[in-house]
Design a protein around this ligand. Structure first.
Ligand SMILES: *Cc1c(COP(=O)(O)O)cnc(C)c1O
Length: 360
């Protein structure tokens, strides 16, 4: 069996050790005589899996007791609606930063439920940088400010946490969560689809300050109300049990690695090497402001776009797959999330340098 280095933006690679353990436990989870997929979500076996996963996530991120941690379904895209439904009612207005494709989608959805003030936009410079704090045009009446710390498609990352004073900060961390330590206490709410850095698709993490729960608009469906999920320990209905279990294995893997400081050191090394290789070449190019370059998603173009197909097919032959850029941006994109080994990035750089020698 040959595993490839998969640079997909999501679903993304999972740590091989996690997949091996899941295989080991597939038919008989620790003497239960059944797979985790077959367990009652309310039985003591699954309850122990669920509680341990939450405890590990809390310790990895240093999440305080004043935050609820929810294990939901529907992906980050469902959060685009849940956030305004639950948080915007207080004033009917919310601030959004338009910094890339995902924040733009979040804005589009929020407009169904509240008045959106776009407090900053980098659309006119093709989303190649993050706006500075001084550029943020904050509305003092906003119920919250929503932003996307890492724009997965454009490869742009905020080098700072926006300061909103007392206004709750809401972050879509789908493509950056667990890539490094974060100060959760700076946020009112953090959400993330799992399929990039956490586990399989089908699970969505939400960390929300407890005082923000319980303010949903009257018409909010039960399944979209944070209070309903919080009161029921994320088991108002059947949760995505197997994805929750796998996320728990990923949390253990991160703890064994030394936690998020250790993960951050690896991620920074991977990103630094790849950007240095791009910048040091006369052939590859990354358009993002160096101060705002993503550690997780690295878009790059070739000196001659007619070589794109050749690049992709030759890369595949050496086990480097899913490097094509998003259809809206073109070129290439290497997503190098937590589970991408350093060897994968080294192999990619070697391939790029060889490709440039032959075609550049
Ligand atoms: C992938 C992604 C989404 C969409 O996630 P789904 O789980 O597919 O809804 C939203 N925001 C960001 C930043 C993403 O990277």
């Amino acid at each position: 069996m040959a595993r490839v280095f998969n640079f997909s933006a999501g679903p993304a690679m999972l740590p091989e050790a996690v997949l091996r353990q899941a295989r080991e436990e597939m038919l008989d989870w620790r003497g239960s005589g059944m797979s985790v997929m077959e367990m009652s979500h309310r039985g003591k076996e699954f309850m122990s899996i669920a509680q341990e996963a939450e405890a590990d996530l809390r310790s990895l991120l240093g999440i305080g007791d004043d935050y609820k941690v929810l294990f939901l379904q529907g992906g980050a895209s469902t959060q685009f609606a849940m956030v305004p439904l639950n948080l915007a009612g207080r004033t009917g207005k919310a601030d959004y930063l338009n910094t890339g494709s995902w924040s733009k989608k979040a804005i589009g959805e929020a407009k169904r439920f509240c008045t959106v003030n776009v407090a900053a936009s980098t659309q006119d410079t093709k989303y190649t940088r993050a706006p500075a704090q001084a550029e943020l045009n904050l509305d003092p009446g906003a119920a919250y400010l929503h932003y996307t710390p890492n724009e997965t498609i454009e490869g742009v990352e905020f080098p700072y946490i926006p300061d909103t004073g007392d206004i709750p900060l809401v972050a879509d961390m789908s493509s950056t969560i667990l890539s490094r330590p974060i100060d959760v206490s700076r946020y009112g709410l953090i959400y993330a689809g799992a399929q990039k850095n956490v586990g399989p698709a089908g699970l969505t993490l939400v960390m929300v300050r407890a005082d923000l729960v319980g303010q949903a608009m009257a018409q909010t469906p039960a399944m979209l109300d944070y209070a309903v999920h919080a009161e029921n320990g994320s088991m108002y209905n059947t949760p995505p049990t197997y994805a929750w279990y796998l996320a728990g294995l990923v949390f253990k893997w991160l703890k064994d690695l030394g936690g998020l400081e250790a993960m951050a050191a690896v991620n920074q090394r991977k990103a630094d090497r790849l950007y240095a290789a791009i910048d040091g070449s006369g052939f590859f190019r990354n358009p993002v402001d160096p101060a705002c370059r993503s550690w997780m998603n690295v878009p790059f173009t070739l000196g001659n776009p007619e070589l794109d197909a050749t690049f992709l097919s030759e890369a595949k032959k050496v086990g480097l797959v899913t490097l094509q850029g998003h259809r809206s941006v073109g070129g290439m994109r290497a997503s190098i999330y937590n589970a991408m080994p350093e060897e994968g990035v080294r192999t990619l750089i070697d391939f790029m340098q060889d490709f440039e020698r032959r075609y550049g």
